[in-house]
Design a protein around this ligand. Sequence first.
Ligand SMILES: [Fe+2]
Ligand SMILES: [Fe+2]
Length: 297
Amino acid sequence: MRILTGPAPCRGVRPRTASPPDAVEERIPGVDLRFVHVSDLHILADPERRQHGVDTADILRQAIPAINALRPDFVVAGGDLVSDASEESYRRLRALLAPLAAPIHLLMGNHDSRAAYRRVFQPGAPATDEPVCGAFERAGLRFLLADSTLPGREEGELSRAQLAWLEAELAAHRDRPTWVFLHHQPLPIHVRWLDRLGLRNPDPFLAVLARHPQVRAVAYGHVHQPRSWRYGTVHFTSVPALAFQFSPINQEVEITQDTPGFRVVEIARSQARHRLHYLDGRVVAEPRLDAIPIYVR
Ligand SMILES: [Fe+2]
Ligand SMILES: [Fe+2]
């Protein structure tokens, strides 16, 4: 397991010439890139505790062989890595991730602690409360990992500094098709209790996207269910939790019996193909972007 989210605060943008070279070790015929998006692992420090009757560590143990079998180029874990923000939870998460063959990029969610995360995953770096974010390139695409958390709050926000970082990153790489990952849903999903806890400043984020048409997708977790919309030319897409799931219908909190899962994205000749993989073995192909419903605000 290699943890790749950079320890440096998201202050500057590396000059283009300093970007790491594209490096796909295992190219699958016809597919330029394959990656996996998981989110909301909700690992606990105490192995005896359950959340809504679920053993989240056991779910992660089941998911890793399924992800390894897909031989992805990388994995993004989109926040709520742990549930209790303790260092012990992060130590447990680190041990659970050890069998993962692919490099993994970790984001913060509302249940995470930036400082505790840094103490465990970046022991050589100062355990600051600065946002955890990063950018990288693979196979000609650019991936931006933003930190939408507000310490101590469940809802999210992209700070002015995070928005400025996104703007600068996108301005510096205008010719690179780009994916943006964050934890909170930037657009309401029409579930009242969850939408009270979404990104509370979507407008400046959407304005950044509007200035940078190279953004292909915005991918997030937090809602514990898969959703896909087309907003302008951008694919807004969420994943099931690798934990308990939330009802897509009930306007108040309801935990469902739905199976945990994750999203697999393949980029072939600059077209993205999405599949949802569930831990009961089901694989659900999602429609192409032009067949996805248009989001109406
Ligand atoms: Fe979550
Ligand atoms: Fe969350």
